[in-house]
Design a binder for this molecule. Sequence first.
Ligand SMILES: NC(=O)c1ccc[n+]([C@@H]2O[C@H](COP(=O)([O-])OP(=O)(O)OC[C@H]3O[C@@H](n4cnc5c(N)ncnc54)[C@H](O)[C@@H]3O)[C@@H](O)[C@H]2O)c1
Length: 322
Amino acid sequence: MNKIRVAIVGCGGIANAHANAYRANQEQCELVACADTVPAAAQSFGTKYNCQPFSDIELMLDSVKPDAISICTPPNSHLPLTAQAAAKKINVLCEKPMARNSAEAAQMVDIVTRSGITFMNGLCHSFHGPVNQAKQLLDSGKLGKLVHFYNRFAGKFEGVEQRWFVDPAVAGGGILLDTAVHSLSVFLHLVGDVDAVRAFLSTTLPITTEDSAALLLRGVNGVTGEISCSWVTTPGEWVFRLYGTQGVAEIDYDATPNLRYRLTQGDWVSVPYQGPDRFALEIRHFLDCVSSGATPLVSAAMGARTIAIIDEAYRSAGIARC
Ligand SMILES: NC(=O)c1ccc[n+]([C@@H]2O[C@H](COP(=O)([O-])OP(=O)(O)OC[C@H]3O[C@@H](n4cnc5c(N)ncnc54)[C@H](O)[C@@H]3O)[C@@H](O)[C@H]2O)c1
């Protein structure tokens, strides 16, 4: 089998997770190039991961002709880079959030559909091993009927006020687009689609976007949900809880193992996990879909759905967005 030739566009923080995950799947792929508009960033990333560096993305796509790219740039470039790749029939794994708003996400769905490329949105928590162990627990009926979904992703993001994450022109919004989008993807994965959402936003930092937020959700199946997130509270907390009529499951990213559950009268039962990390699993799934032509679990439509729910959440908080 020929190896899938991949390139990474955007050589900042998350690009390292992608490079390591491609390396973890090296029997299926080869990281051949990287590109960043900042030449020094591309150069040092190329040296670190032994791939050819470029500062001109079009030149990289035309000369290297990768089979697939990881888009690891800020959100304002996700639509144009996807369009650039799709025009050359290059498959795309695009980091979250898929886009800055629903209008951009809809354009991406259209581009992807017309081109026929494999497109996956990098909502990696749907690939987290313990999240899928919890899904198995839910599907087994052991917890009874699922009634309530709880999630908090929060921790101090030092220096965020100096970064593009708080610039709405680049990021599209604040922590809702950055972090709650992950939580929503897990809600869609474990519970199902969202029927209604209300958001409450708060800002502690001297920025124009929200740095903390709470969402209330109702699933189409009647399951209720609470999601909260913050860039300013400490200590960090990265937790899901799934409340059923016969028991509760908790995924705590800081605990070993992450997943434990408790039935009506029993003690907590820990569920060990020994598999690959979520990035390795996400990228394995992307490579499998590129090979087979199957639609990825986190498809363009699924990514766009998370953005539509975020748009509705902002509307409910009185924030008008394009
Ligand atoms: N899945 C996750 O858990 C996770 C975690 C962190 C970040 N992210 C997402 O990954 C993306 C990148 O975040 P980051 O933290 O790596 O940002 P970063 O600022 O560390 O890196 C972004 C890099 O992209 C480059 N860049 C910007 N525009 C470009 C363009 N048009 N073409 C080529 N290069 C360009 C910048 O020079 C920079 O080197 C964002 O969408 C972010 O939300 C996902």
